[in-house]
Design a protein around this ligand. Structure first.
Ligand SMILES: [Zn+2]
Length: 289
């Protein structure tokens, strides 16, 4: 704001100073000076860009699907971010700590553009083969790298290869997000196939597994977005998918389950003092998944 005022003052000065070259250059210098002196100190001027506010999407009502991208950030990730931005779609990135360290600016961009950044371990080891301390280290180092890069700490993790057990669950201490659709993009490296599977297979509440480190995967995403939207799906981050669901540390989630189950799983019984009002009619009928 102050810079704007200073520029305006400079411009007025320029106008008032007339047309002589000397006058003009003096006026320009004065304008520059005004801008310079109008600058607040560096610390206060460097306002941190903020992520967009969270969206309120009720995936209990809307048909939601989450696109998830693992193993990056890598050389194709920025192009993917461009694609998502152009389409107004938010996704979830399960990042590797060691890649975050290499490309912190890409992780920062993910956060600033409303995507969710989640933990996929430091170096993609099979966590079931590590000690509890080893698992904790893989998770903690990645948390720290993301925090350093983008100022946020992931709340969700995905074990590499989907390999997990009790020890991993306990040591990681975060909800474990797997998937309902494995596109096998890493194996086929085929954009047409990636699009076909990504459009055709997800159901309501589905979580789709892709890898943004493969070019054909990024190539297919514009088609996937278009196709899923055409099928009536709202594309959301995993956090948005489960916005109204309490995710438990160590539990495994592969999709948003049928809402009848979620509503009856943990809240106090209807009619009890803390519970919802007594059910009436069709609202309580179980819904198809
Ligand atoms: Zn992976």
């Amino acid at each position: 704001m102050r810079i704007g005022v200073a520029l305006l003052a400079g411009a007025l000065l320029l106008t008032a100073a007339g047309c002589g070259d000397g006058d003009e250059s003096r006026a320009r210098a004065a304008g520059r000076e005004a801008v310079r002196s109008g600058e607040p100190p560096r610390e206060t001027r460097r306002a941190e860009p903020q992520p967009p506010p969270p969206r309120r999407i009720d995936c209990g009502l809307a048909d939601c699907v989450s696109l998830t991208f693992d193993d990056g950030p890598g050389e194709h990730t920025e192009r993917l971010l461009d694609i998502l931005k152009a389409a107004g779609v938010r996704a979830t990135f399960f990042v590797l700590g060691q890649m975050v360290e290499e490309h912190p600016e890409i992780v920062r961009r993910m956060v600033l553009e409303g995507h969710e950044v989640a933990n996929h371990s430091w170096s993609h080891k099979d966590l079931t083969g590590l000690s509890a301390a080893g698992v904790r280290s893989q998770i903690r180092r990645t948390q720290q790298a993301v925090k350093k890069a983008a100022g946020v700490e992931p709340t969700l993790m995905r074990p590499p290869y989907g390999a997990t057990d009790e020890k991993v669950a306990r040591a990681a201490g975060m909800p474990q997000i797997l998937w309902s659709v494995d596109t096998l993009d890493w194996r086929h490296r085929d954009a047409d196939r990636g699009a076909r599977v990504g459009i055709g297979e997800p159901g309501r509440g589905g979580i789709v597994l892709y890898h943004d480190i493969h070019k054909p995967t990024v190539d297919c995403i514009p088609r996937v977005i278009k196709g899923l939207k055409k099928r009536g799906f709202t594309l959301v981050t995993v956090g948005e998918l489960f916005q109204d669901v309490r995710l438990e540390p160590g539990e495994i989630y592969t999709e948003r389950e049928g809402d009848a189950e979620l509503l009856t799983a943990s809240p106090p019984p209807p009619g009890s003092p803390a519970g919802p009002p007594e059910p009436s009619g069709r609202d309580t009928a179980p819904r198809a998944r």
